[in-house]
Design a protein around this ligand. Structure first.
Ligand SMILES: [Zn+2]
Length: 420
């Protein structure tokens, strides 16, 4: 499953319909929740199926619901059902000692029900790139990326500042297990000539094994600063006051912009990687998460790194590039030239200096080279002569010999700061 999010531009009359649909769905949601609570008080249970079976009757009693696609209405019941499922799950976790709130499903106040979902049918992508939605007609859509695969669900969302978005969930078919793929590659004829290892450092700075540093574009940094300012401004406003609402809208607007810029950056970066390499190795963030849990802004950064990895993976599929993940343990400490492990490397050491072989290079670059080498090992290329037990990195010289054909490692697209 893959999702695509696009901005849509409904006409004024369509916006009126959408808003009233959202409002009707909200009322339905609340009454279904009310029903569940009442039933519970009388010792009865109302489940998803019984609520769903009541929908025809609701349509009879309240004809305005006939103007909503039946699957959209069904989805309201499903959301509530999901809300209860999550509630029960968290209750269980709580009983098992986890420190969380159970979060009983809440009534939605006006304006707090902001999306509807078409499941299975009631939508169509038109040849002109716009979207057709049942009960709404053709809606202008800005499809900045082509969508491949079968569209399963379509959600329409109104954001807090009145913009409208569509999210398409697409089934892409096969989803090969990457570790399995690495194994099959061991027996294949695949001979990477442009392998890359990617080190993901602090502050979203990415270093490739060819020495290129890729930083988020300046405008993204600017927006992030803007966000900090907007948030500070909001914190000074009284909640619920006119100025407070304005300040909140401003924060949300900047949020949205940053989100768009991050997405765009991830797309450009992943395209660049896929176009310039035939084997790309990333560190497995799931494993790494357990090691560096103390890092403060970790979740935010992990999210943007994850996105870059995801985008690279799916772009790679059509480009014939291989993407693999490796355990990043010790990648900063290992000397990429001789395999020595520098145990006293501090986080503040920006330059890696090896006491054994004398290698001196940028710390992140050294890590990136290690990651690249680990990737090559994982697919069975460049088996090292000496593998320090604890690690799995290999001397560069061995790598070149063992890889069969000489490593023509292209550096043309990037500026290499340190000779490899
Ligand atoms: Zn060394």
């Amino acid at each position: 499953m893959r999702t695509y999010k696009f901005r849509i531009y409904p006409s004024d009359s369509q916006i009126t319909i959408l808003n009233s649909t959202l409002e009707l769905c909200r009322e339905l949601y609340n009454s279904m929740l009310q029903q569940k609570i009442y039933a519970y008080r009388w010792g009865k249970k109302v489940n998803y199926n019984s609520q769903q079976n009541e929908i025809p009757e609701i349509k009879n009693t309240f004809p305005e619901y006939r103007n909503i696609h039946s699957l959209v209405i069904q989805d309201v019941a499903r959301r509530l059902d999901r809300g209860f499922h999550n509630f029960y799950r968290r209750m269980k976790e709580k009983r098992n000692g986890k420190n969380i709130k159970a979060g009983f499903p809440r009534f939605k106040s006006k304006g707090r029900y902001s999306s509807i979902t078409y499941t299975q049918s009631g939508f169509r992508i038109l040849d002109n790139g716009h979207v057709w939605l049942s009960k709404l007609g053709e809606v202008r859509m800005f499809m900045h990326r082509s969508v491949t695969g079968d569209i399963r669900t379509v959600s329409i969302k109104r954001d807090s500042v009145g913009g409208w978005f569509i999210t398409l969930t697409v089934e892409t078919g096969s989803n090969p297990d990457k570790s399995e793929e690495a194994e099959t590659l061991q027996d294949s004829q695949f001979q990477p000539v442009k392998p890359a290892g990617i080190d993901m450092g602090l502050k979203s700075i990415i270093t490739a094994s060819d020495g290129s540093h890729m930083e988020p574009p300046q405008f993204l940094r600017k927006s992030e600063k803007k966000l900090t300012r907007a948030q500070r401004n909001l914190s000074r406003k009284r909640k619920g006051s006119g100025k407070g609402t304005k300040a909140r809208m401003r924060v949300q607007k900047v949020h949205r912009k940053i989100e768009r810029q991050r997405d765009d950056y991830a797309h450009r970066l992943s395209r660049n990687l896929v176009e310039n390499h035939d084997l790309i190795t990333f560190e497995d963030l799931n494993i790494r998460g357990m090691i560096r849990n103390h890092h403060l802004a970790k979740s935010i950064e992990d999210a943007s790194w994850n996105r870059i990895i995801q985008y690279t993976m799916y772009k790679a599929e059509s480009a014939g590039t291989v993407v693999i993940l490796v355990n990043s343990r010790n990648t900063s400490r290992i000397c990429s030239k001789c395999g020595n492990i520098k145990h006293d490397l501090k986080l503040s050491d920006r330059i890696y200096h090896c006491n054994i072989c004398g290698l001196t290079m940028d710390r992140d670059l050294n890590a990136a080279i290690n990651i690249r080498n680990m990737g090559l090992i994982k697919i069975g290329r460049g088996t090292p002569e000496v593998t320090p037990v604890e690690i799995g990195a290999l001397p560069m010289a061995t790598l070149v010999v063992e890889a069969g054909s000489p490593l023509r490692y292209s550096r043309s697209k990037f500026t290499s700061r340190v000779p490899i």
